[in-house]
Ligand binder design. Structure first.
Ligand code: 6GU
Length: 227
């Protein structure tokens, strides 16, 4: 898979993509991630990328020129057109279903904005989808784009080691994960549930299912309605 990111802050991506599963997937050639700095396509002596909104109001709006030009620069680096996604709190809410959908694409082009938003013609002109990572406001789309990349990359064939792969089932099953324990059996008086020490696998299975259900009912009843 090829992932392009258009951003004003490419350095922000180095940390999250430089470790663990995203790092390994890039090293193995499972995913190629390329960053394009929108600032390089800014206008004038100060490489301006934003301007005041028509009609007035607070804040600045990302202007068409630099975003379209940085898109063209990225687009020609790979043959597939791919899915173009603008990160914005005004978009479709990201969930594991959308992560799976995106992981089956040959290419993604993610656009991370700062400022108060994008000129509407960017979405029109690039035929871009708008994606949000939840109902809260971040300072920019960069962290959201990293969330998309991390969630997508770990679903690609070969990205997870054998040790990790089982973890993928937990949320995809539609319930929250059951409680886990490891040694020691007694940590300062806090003990591990008896059933997990017994080795009765049917009983353990039943206990875990029941814990997952209780936890989901208490914290995320909305998930049970989707089952
Ligand atoms: Cl994609 N961007 C910003 N700025 N805030 C968000 C978001 C995106 N998703 C949730 N909050």
């Amino acid at each position: 898979m090829r992932i392009d990111v258009l951003t004003l802050f490419p350095e922000m991506f180095e940390g999250p993509l430089g470790y663990s599963i995203p790092k390994r997937a890039q090293d193995k050639g499972i995913v190629e991630i390329a960053l394009t700095n929108i600032r390089d396509f800014g206008v004038g002596n100060y490489n301006k990328v934003d301007d005041a909104p028509y009609g007035g109001g607070p804040g600045m709006v990302m202007a068409c020129g630099p975003v379209f030009d940085s898109y063209e620069h990225a687009a020609k680096q790979h043959p597939a057109k791919g899915r173009v996604i603008m990160m914005t709190p005004a978009g479709r809410k990201l969930d594991q279903k959308l992560m799976r959908e995106l992981s089956s694409e040959e290419r993604l082009i993610l656009i991370a904005g700062r400022y108060e938003g994008f000129d509407e013609r960017i979405q029109e002109g690039l035929d871009a989808e708008m994606v949000s990572i939840g109902d809260y406001v971040l300072s920019g789309g960069e962290l959201a784009a990293m969330v998309v990349i991390d969630g997508v990359v770990r679903l690609l064939d070969g990205a997870l080691g054998h040790e990790d792969s089982a973890l993928d089932e937990s949320f995809s099953g539609g319930l929250l994960e059951y409680p886990q324990y490891t040694r020691p059996e007694d940590y300062h008086g806090m003990t591990v549930p008896e059933v997990l020490l017994g080795g009765n696998h049917a009983l353990i299975e039943q206990w875990r299912r029941q814990q997952a259900l209780e936890r989901t009912r208490s914290l995320r009843p909305d998930l049970l309605e989707e089952l």
